[in-house]
Design a protein around this ligand. Structure first.
Ligand code: HEM
Length: 124
């Protein structure tokens, strides 16, 4: 799971900096919120999830960690696509943006529970 977190995170980094380059070169900043969230929810958060589960492998062995991994990683690309469409004037995607955002937040909630359960635990 950790390896997958790092690999997926690195793809979001590539996408995020690529979007940054395109925005800067074209001087079109319409997708600025998508760029920021791809970098922060994609690259930064996924890399930190991977680091946490590397330090506390025991925390990765429960159902909550699996629910987090699949929920977050399925919902995040949907959320980013819906956000891109929403900020470029396609208001009809709002429900999809809402639902995917809730799933991402639920994934974060699973992570928070695991952090509180296992961070600092000697049972690695
Ligand atoms: C080659 C790498 C990058 C390039 C070329 C780039 C480019 C840009 C550009 C052109 C903007 C819009 C600035 C404006 O509207 O005045 C921006 C905003 C932003 N970027 Fe990047 N960026 C890069 C990497 C990153 C990374 C790695 C992160 C986070 C980990 C990040 C987070 C943000 C944030 C939070 C904003 C503000 C978004 C907003 O105000 O809505 N960027 N970036």
């Amino acid at each position: 799971m950790n390896k997958s977190y790092f690999r997926i995170a690195s793809l979001y980094l590539l996408l995020g900096v690529g979007m940054g380059m395109v925005m800067a070169a074209s001087e079109n900043f319409a997708l600025r919120p998508v760029h920021a969230h791809v970098n922060l929810l994609g690259w930064v958060s996924l890399a930190l999830f991977g680091l946490f589960y590397t330090v506390y492998p025991h925390a990765a062995a429960n159902k909550l960690a699996r629910v987090q991994f699949w929920g977050y990683n399925i919902a995040l690309p949907v959320q980013m696509l819906a956000l891109a469409l929403f900020v470029t004037g396609h208001a009809a995607v709002a429900p999809l943006l809402g639902i995917s955002s809730v799933i991402v937040v639920l994934g974060v909630l699973c992570f928070v529970v695991n952090v509180w359960r296992y961070a600092g635990s000697s049972q690695k």
